[in-house]
Design a protein around this ligand. Structure first.
Ligand SMILES: [Zn+2]
Length: 116
C-alpha cells in the first residue's frame, strides 16, 4: 500500500472542538487520526519553524491553541495558532504520517523525523 496515496489520505472530517488539546481527523479510508496539539505545533512544516534544509523535526515551544483550520487547494490544511502563526501547510500525506494514534504512533513521538 502506498503511504502517500492522496485519495486514502484525504480528510473527510476534522474534529477540533474549541478548547480541545487534541484534533481528530477521519481519513477517506476510515482511519481515525489523532493529533495532540503540542505535536501538531512542534511538527509545523513551515520554513520559519524548520529552516530550509534537513528533515522535518519536532521543534518545542510556540502557542498550542489551534485557532483556525483551513483547507488549501485539495491537498493540505493550513493551521493557524493562537499566537498568529499560520505559515504551516500540512499536506494530507504529511498529516497521515504524523498521526499519533495507538496504531501509528510508537515510542516518543517527538523523536520522529519526516522527509519534506
Ligand atoms: Zn511554522
Amino acid at each position: 500500500m502506498n503511504v502517500d496515496d492522496e485519495d486514502r489520505n484525504t480528510p473527510v472530517e476534522v474534529r477540533a472542538p474549541r478548547g480541545a488539546t487534541t484534533t481528530q481527523i477521519e481519513f477517506a479510508d476510515g482511519h481515525q487520526g489523532l493529533y495532540p496539539h503540542d505535536l501538531l505545533r512542534g511538527y509545523c512544516p513551515c520554513a520559519q519553524c524548520q529552516g530550509h534544509s534537513g528533515p522535518i523535526r519536532f521543534v518545542p515551544g510556540g502557542d498550542q491553541v489551534l485557532s483556525e483550520i483551513a483547507e488549501v487547494g485539495n491537498y493540505a490544511l493550513r493551521l493557524t495558532w493562537g499566537d498568529g502563526h499560520s505559515s504551516g501547510i500540512y499536506s494530507f500525506n504529511y498529516l497521515r504520517r504524523l498521526c499519533a494514534c495507538e496504531q501509528c504512533g510508537h515510542g516518543d513521538l517527538t523523536q520522529r523525523t519526516f522527509s519534506r
